[in-house]
Design a protein around this ligand. Structure first.
Ligand SMILES: [Zn+2]
Ligand SMILES: [Zn+2]
Length: 410
């Protein structure tokens, strides 16, 4: 692969591959001529120190580079990262661990934004999969971690990501970057870019794309709970609720085939009409909504599928629906504010006195008993505690003392 070249400094100049990254090319010059570091090669060519990121971007004198490499300007530009929109402009290594095993150079592909390796279905890595330290151009071999001396491609088959053909890389990354906020979940930057974390996050995005239902339901439930605690005003709940609908509809508009599935999932909870309205007139609706917000928090009729939100099809949710909501339709849809009112009427703030008491969880009773108790409790003197917990009904508990009271009354 090498051809002789009679310039002053380098005895051997490799021929660049069609998709090679400029730092990879310089790295191969370094190896072939036994230079100690990438920077020493750069310094030799330009006779001065140049910031490595300028090399990456192609901000350097091409005629000087030509003298050393015989590469004309066009060929040099092909090695550089000039397209800021589609590439990460970085100087670190970004490699597919399996590709680097098969080829002796670093391809530009790893620097493309929002892709995983199309051949091996694994995220591109900048860190060692084993010890999570940064990979280094100046390691003896870039595929062997300088720190733990392990090959980057050994024992990593668990990180291969599987997904159906309907799902595209850009769909996965829309969810990963903008929706699940998976980056924000990592404790530190280095952890954020670990192969383990990348794999986990992308896997969750794919799970969501394949089955959006549980996720969308979870979002709605948490919305009720958090806003109900922070703002005991159902109008605010409604406002946040609309924001979520807009967020999901915006998401549907930006992704391809699987958007239909997400749309279906959302429609199951808030009704087709609302989703259709917002989808078809997104900008107009959003403008209208934000203007409403200033005055009246977006007053708009919304029916919620309470059965979905309670996330259960068992008798308990039937009981809740049948007994306590008068205005529900055949699809078990209930007005948002009625539901909030229902939650409020069942819940009570905790006091220190309560903490000392013994409680029992409603969920600990057999289902038939739960129904019976819930019915009695609603009309009796007993309060349900912790109704605001994540698992709406799972978290409900009853004072044992009150329990006797209930039992006696009936
Ligand atoms: Zn690969
Ligand atoms: Zn390592």
């Amino acid at each position: 692969m090498y051809k002789p070249n009679f310039n002053r400094k380098f005895l051997v100049i490799p021929i660049p591959e069609a998709d090679e990254f400029i730092l990879s090319f310089l790295n191969r010059i370094k190896m072939a001529n036994a230079y100690p570091s990438l920077n020493s090669v750069i310094k030799t060519i330009f006779e001065k120190k140049i910031n490595i990121i300028n090399i990456v971007k192609g901000n350097f004198d091409k005629s000087v580079f030509y003298k050393f490499t015989d590469l004309v300007e066009d060929d040099i530009n092909k090695l550089c990262l000039t397209d800021q929109n589609n590439f990460y402009i970085v100087s670190c290594l970004l490699i597919c661990p399996y590709c680097i095993k098969q080829q002796n150079y670093v391809s530009l592909n790893g620097y493309r934004k929002n892709v995983i390796c199309p051949t091996h279905s694994i995220p591109y890595i900048s860190r060692c999969p084993h010890c999570n330290k940064l990979l280094d151009w100046d390691a003896e071999k870039i595929e062997i971690c300088k720190f733990c001396k392990t090959y980057v491609y050994s024992n990593i088959s668990d990180y291969i990501i599987e997904y159906g053909e309907k799902i595209s890389h850009s769909d996965i990354f829309v969810i990963y970057n903008d929706f699940l906020n998976l980056k924000g979940l990592s404790p530190s930057r280095s952890e954020q870019y670990s192969l383990n974390n990348l794999h986990k996050g992308l896997k969750r995005s794919i799970d969501f794309l394949i089955q959006p239902d549980p996720f969308v339901i979870k979002e709605f439930r948490e919305l009720f709970i958090t806003t109900d605690i922070r703002f005991p005003n159902y109008k605010t709940v409604r406002y946040e609720f609309f924001l979520l609908v807009f967020r999901i509809v915006g998401l549907i508009n930006s992704i391809s085939l699987v958007g239909v599935k997400i749309r279906e999932s959302l429609s199951n909870i808030v009704g087709f009409e609302l989703v259709d309205n917002i989808t078809n007139n997104y900008d107009k609706e959003l403008y209208k909504f934000l203007n409403y917000y200033n005055g009246s928090y977006g007053q708009r009729e919304v029916d919620l599928n309470i059965k979905k939100i309670l996330n259960t099809t068992d008798d308990v949710s039937d009981l809740v629906i049948n007994k306590y909501f008068e205005k529900y339709d055949k699809d078990n849809n209930i007005k948002l504010e009625d539901f909030i009112h229902f939650c409020k009427s069942l819940s009570k703030n905790l006091s220190f006195e309560d903490v000392k008491d013994e409680f029992i969880f409603l969920h600990n009773f057999p289902p038939s008993k739960q129904l019976e108790l819930l019915d009695k409790i609603f009309y009796g003197p007993t309060f349900l505690y912790n109704f605001n917990y994540k698992e709406v009904l799972m978290g409900v508990k009853i004072k044992k003392k009150d329990l006797n009271l209930v039992e006696k009354n009936y």
